[in-house]
Ligand binder design. Structure first.
Ligand SMILES: *[C@@H]1O[C@H](CO)[C@@H](O)[C@H](O)[C@H]1NC(C)=O
Ligand SMILES: *[C@@H]1O[C@H](CO)[C@@H](O)[C@H](O)[C@H]1NC(C)=O
Ligand SMILES: *[C@@H]1O[C@H](CO)[C@@H](O)[C@H](O)[C@H]1NC(C)=O
Ligand SMILES: *[C@@H]1O[C@H](CO)[C@@H](O)[C@H](O)[C@H]1NC(C)=O
Length: 569
């Protein structure tokens, strides 16, 4: 596998040891040979398969060693703290007994445990005493199921952003530097290195389960990136001193047509929105109106709404060019990132697949940013998150982000044809979005014979499509029903089809994933946001050295490559 070579290459660190291994991880049970694994959108019911392949779950992970135990954790720019829940436990470790709970996303899920302190290893980095949460319980979906046992936060560590640091300082005093974030402790260990991290979340094709990427601290992936990064606009953190990696998004274009942006966050300038750059979010979450504005411009895309579930079905081979504007520069999103495959849907006994939107809509998702741009967008850029440069007076400058576009829209268009068709060659045929929506809404159904069924025969049936294994019949709803009736619950949307429709079209069971399974990892921070400045680390007044470059190109991109160099506008 290409991945192994790449992984080894990334493990070969520099003299300064500033690289750490990075891995993209699909849900367990997914395999390289199954094109349907990985970025899958499930129309299946709440079956076992659902629990495993609960889709949209590509996470970018790395291995760290806490208290001598190696743990695979998510790299998360959406939060700050480190927590782990390794299956075999951590053994005996120094447990402060301070109970803590970290909540993510809309606050409905998270992890809880106690704060521990232990030696920490990551690549060639070694921290003698590092605080973390030893979780006893996690309600974040699809982490442990995917053999991922924790989160490594890469955001700011001032008191409001880091509950761990806040608690440690409260109990052990300001001198307890072991409560600071992993990154902060690494920065402090290397005072002459710049305080930034840089990431390349690689897409090596359509649906690979694992792929490389790079993650570096204080240096760039490649020497020739430095110049390009210098040429990229500085995107200051907005608001200054905020808790998160949020910046202003100036505009969105869909095939050159501008989309109107309107922020719900105070102080955001007109026509812009505040965007969170969150590597822990496999997709993207925007207000519903914005999702509609984007996908309504994708030829052939049709929305499907039922109660709280609202998604778009689009042609798998869509070549629509969606571009995000930051700092006056347009950053194209690869059309492959606009949709993901569904699980097979059985229609008249024939399996079909469809493609579903990856920019998800949710209103009131957060009050301190408008949109969350997860890996759907971040795969398209080389991103540099700079915590602030040292000033000559020893103070620290304000944090900012720099992005290098990596998707060439023209090349991407061609890749859609080659890559998607290669992927789809091994899949059931695609059902045309309009036809599927017809089935889903019942508008394509034959006129239903009104309640002429015998009491014994169910007049309506919902079947959990389980991809080949047993289908589970669900008791028919009683009373009035339409040709299709929908029942939305925590597991998704179950759609029941009446008998005549059933006879005509065969069984279709549809369960749309609820938003709760498409989880962006954004730490919910309680307290007043945006008003705390990051403290200035005591840096040597001599400033910093230039980044250390590695003269070797390590990327083993495969035939789907084409991202070898930053694509600049
Ligand atoms: C990370 O840890 C897992 C489980 O121990 C292991 O299978 C995997 O190979 C490791 N990955 C790297 C890059 O070391
Ligand atoms: C555990 O860590 C705390 C904080 O660093 C320290 O005060 C204490 O001595 C440690 N206990 C042991 C047993 O190492
Ligand atoms: C996408 O596929 C459909 C159906 O196979 C075809 O009619 C259409 O031309 C394709 N569109 C593009 C942009 O290739
Ligand atoms: C949720 O968002 C909608 C649309 O932006 C807004 O009209 C509504 O007031 C919000 N509701 C709450 C409870 O904030």
């Amino acid at each position: 596998m290409k991945f192994s070579a790449l992984c080894l290459a990334l493990l070969a660190t520099t003299a300064h040891g500033l690289r750490v291994p990075l891995q993209r991880r699909a849900p367990r049970g997914a395999s390289m040979r199954s094109p349907r694994s990985g970025r899958r959108y499930s129309f299946g019911g709440s079956t076992d398969k659902e629990a495993i392949g609960n889709s949209n779950d590509l996470r970018y992970t790395t291995n760290v060693t806490v208290n001598g135990v190696e743990v695979t954790v998510v790299l998360d720019t959406g939060s700050t703290d480190l927590w782990v829940i390794p299956p075999g436990g951590l053994g005996s470790f120094n447990d402060t007994g301070i109970a803590i709970e970290l909540l993510y996303g809309d606050g409905s899920y998270g992890a809880k445990g106690t704060i521990g302190v232990s030696p920490f290893l990551w690549g060639t980095y070694s921290i003698e005493k590092q605080a973390f949460m030893n979780a006893v319980e996690s309600t974040i979906g699809n982490l442990q199921e995917s053999a991922i046992y924790g989160v490594l936060g890469l955001s700011f560590d001032h008191a409001l952003a880091s509950p761990i640091n806040a608690h440690v300082q409260q109990v052990y005093g300001e001198d307890a530097t072991w409560g600071r974030s992993v990154l902060r402790n690494i920065f402090e260990q290397h005072p002459t290195e710049p305080n930034f991290i840089a990431m390349d979340l690689t897409r090596t094709g359509d649906l690979e389960d694992t792929a490389g990427g790079s993650f570096t601290i204080g240096e760039y992936e490649q020497e020739d990136y430095a110049q390009a990064v210098e040429g990229a606009p500085v995107l200051p953190q907005f608001p200054v001193g905020g808790n998160r990696w949020t910046v202003l998004l100036d505009g969105i274009y869909v095939d050159q047509v501008p989309i109107e942006l309107k922020s719900a966050v105070s102080d955001v300038p007109g026509g812009k929105v505040q965007a969170l750059l969150d590597t822990g979010d496999p997709t993207a979450i925007v207000p519903v109106a914005l999702m509609d504005a984007i996908y309504s411009k994708v030829p052939g895309a049709i929305q499907y709404t039922d109660g709280t579930a609202h998604i778009w079905i689009l042609p798998c081979n869509t070549t629509t060019n969606v571009e995000l504007v930051f700092g006056g520069v347009r950053y194209p999103i690869h059309p492959l990132d606009l949709s993901t495959f569904s699980d097979p849907i059985s229609i008249n006994g024939q399996d079909m697949i469809t493609c579903v939107s990856t920019i998800n809509g949710a209103d009131n998702w957060s009050t301190d940013f408008d949109i969350s741009l997860g890996d759907t967008f971040l795969r398209n850029v080389y991103s540099v998150f700079d915590f602030g440069d040292s000033n000559p007076d020893g103070s620290t400058g304000e944090p900012y982000v720099r992005l290098l576009a990596q998707t060439d829209p023209l090349k991407a268009k061609q890749q859609v044809i080659t890559i998607r068709s290669a992927t789809m060659a091994n899949m059931p045929p695609e059902i045309d979005p309009a036809t599927l929506i017809g089935y889903l809404t019942g508008s394509s159904a034959a006129p239903s014979t009104p309640s002429s069924t015998t009491p014994d025969s169910p007049d309506s049936i919902a079947v959990a499509e389980s991809g080949g294994s047993d289908s589970a019949a669900v008791p028919a709803p009683t009373g009035d029903h339409k040709a299709f009736s929908a029942d939305i619950n925590a597991n998704g949307v179950n759609i029941a089809i009446d008998e005549s429709t059933l006879k005509k079209y065969g069984l279709i069971a549809i369960a749309l994933l609820g938003l709760n399974s498409i989880i962006g990892i954004v730490l919910i921070v309680l307290g007043v946001l945006g008003c705390v400045r990051r403290g200035s680390p005591k840096k040597s007044a001599s400033g910093r050295n230039a980044p250390v470059y590695v003269p070797v190109k390590t990327h083993g991109h495969d035939e789907y490559g084409g991202y070898q160099k930053p694509y600049s506008q």
